[in-house]
Design a binder for this molecule. Structure first.
Ligand code: MLT
Length: 200
């Protein structure tokens, strides 16, 4: 997959798996990753799907309606890519924390819904429940931060609270953070994510 890898200055720090929103690319969220932890390594990936020229991480049938077969295949592809990248770039595969926004947060959530060991943690900005028909793996020890907007037209409030509940039931430790904005990624929620990360 097309990506940027930035070696961190402190090898004990995690590698951030950075995943953009629809129409974005691997450059978009780099400033957020370095704000959260300037010493961490960064693997920022471009989605392999193009929707009228807009990069995404999996296909959708319409707004908020996912192509579940493609989501499954792309999730497996991304998980495999992380392992390949860990060998190529020499980072610790077991110490990866995702930072995703919107479509990128949704595929990160689906990594959590599919594998117990894909991610050590995840910062999910405006995610949805990626799959309501699946049994989650054991996510004990996994740390998740969810940022949601009370006026988000793409993610109604129950998408966030349902996601929180499903992850908690699977054993993950989840912090759900609200801002009174819409679907946009805001600076206050990035600051809240950093405060959460700093106390891990
Ligand atoms: C998605 O398709 O993943 C969500 O609707 C969010 C978006 O990318 O608009």
């Amino acid at each position: 997959m097309k990506h940027i890898f930035q070696q961190g200055s402190n090898p004990s720090k995690p590698t951030f798996l950075v995943l953009h929103g629809t129409g974005g690319n691997e450059h978009d969220l780099l400033p957020i990753a370095s704000h959260i932890d300037p010493e961490a390594s960064v693997l920022s990936v471009r989605g392999n799907v193009s929707e009228n020229g807009m990069p995404r991480f999996f296909k959708r049938l319409s707004e908020g309606v996912f192509d579940m077969e493609d989501l499954k295949a792309r999730t497996e592809e991304l998980n495999q890519f992380i392992a390949t990248a860990a060998e190529e770039h020499g980072f610790d595969r077991s110490n990866v924390i995702a930072i995703g926004y919107s479509n990128g947060a949704n595929i990160a959530a689906n990594l959590l819904f599919t594998y117990s060991d894909a991610l050590k943690g995840a910062i999910l900005h405006h995610p949805m429940v990626p799959n309501r028909e699946t049994q989650l793996p054991d996510l004990s020890g996994v740390q998740v931060f969810i940022a949601a907007g009370t006026n988000d037209p793409i993610c109604p409030a129950e998408e966030s609270t349902d996601l929180e509940g499903l992850l908690q039931n699977a054993g993950a430790a989840v912090k759900l953070h609200w801002e009174n904005y819409g679907h946009q990624l805001t600076m206050p929620e990035v600051e809240a994510a950093k405060a959460w990360y700093d106390q891990l």
